[in-house]
Design a protein around this ligand. Structure first.
Ligand SMILES: C[S@@+](CC[C@H](N)C(=O)[O-])C[C@H]1O[C@@H](n2cnc3c(N)ncnc32)[C@H](O)[C@@H]1O
Length: 265
């Protein structure tokens, strides 16, 4: 299948269809490539390998009801379970959730798995103390402002929403881990998503860009207060490349942004 990459706006329906198909198709490759890095029972926020165990961005989790969006194989939810929380792992892709189920069997740590779209969460209002995700759902939905409002709906007042995404400034560069990825090539202000299409013109993969200001306006618009914006630095001695994230680029500019937000009580 030939892939044609462009920057072009797509509808929410096209985005949902492409996301589900892509992540089902890619689930085995994603886990083959990143499964060891992510572990079976571990909460890693980003390719810079910042772990929740050291970062503590969620605050104390024992006894907390936690929803993990775009959970993939759900290693983070299993880690939260072991810490004494009550997590639910949600993902759009049955392929990714199959890996979550296999990892539960391997590790003996079981959490509820839910197949659903982050834009239509099958939960009551105020159901969770914390919602979180490492690179799940948010970079892929066309209407991320609606996703923020949906997260606010299921969070209780006083709850927290913590999510990591590609740092917005990376969109000015090619997705290259080497020297080619050090030169500004695109406008940071071009919000059209990165889209791959097959020969019939169907969208097969997409990622959405929001500037830092866009993201903050989406969060504030949904009622959140931004408590912190974490830009993990590339750790000394960490050599593992993940796609466009590499030690070369990581030494020079941020690759990940982690938004730490609260819903006022
Ligand atoms: C880059 S993976 C991240 C998975 C996992 N959080 C991790 O750290 O490996 C993105 C995940 O988001 C999920 N996803 C994409 N769009 C979604 C949506 N609209 N609702 C829920 N999950 C979605 C994908 O199926 C995929 O599992």
């Amino acid at each position: 299948m030939t892939e044609i990459a462009t920057r072009k706006t797509v509808s929410e329906t096209e985005a949902r269809r492409a996301n589900r198909a892509w992540w089902d198709l890619d689930a085995d490759d994603y886990q083959d490539e990143h499964g060891n890095f992510l572990g079976d029972v571990d909460f890693v926020w980003c390719p810079e390998r910042l772990r929740e165990a050291e970062a503590g961005l969620l605050g104390p989790v024992p006894g907390k009801k936690i929803l993990e969006l775009g959970a993939g194989a759900a290693a983070a939810s299993r880690w939260l379970r072991v810490q004494g929380a009550s997590p639910v792992a949600l993902d759009l892709s049955a392929g990714m959730l199959r890996h979550a189920s296999e990892a539960a069997g391997r590790s003996g740590v079981h959490v509820p798995l839910v197949q659903a779209d982050a834009l239509a969460l099958p939960f009551a209002d105020d159901a969770f103390d914390i919602v979180c995700t490492a690179f799940g759902a948010i970079p892929f939905v066309a209407d991320s402002a609606a996703a923020m409002r949906e997260v606010a709906r299921v969070l209780r007042p006083g709850g927290s929403w913590v999510f990591s995404v590609t740092h917005p400034m990376r969109w000015a560069f090619w997705d290259e881990p080497g020297e080619d990825g050090l030169v500004v090539r695109n406008s940071y202000f071009d919000r059209s998503p990165y889209v791959e299409r097959d020969e019939q013109g169907r969208v097969t993969y997409l990622e959405q860009h929001r500037t830092l200001g866009d993201r903050i306006r989406e969060l504030v618009g949904a009622g959140f207060v931004l408590r912190d914006l974490v830009e993990p630095e590339w750790p000394e001695g960490h050599q593992q490349i993940w796609g466009q994230w590499s030690p070369l680029r990581g030494r020079l500019f941020p690759g990940t942004a982690i938004f730490v937000c609260d819903l006022p009580a």
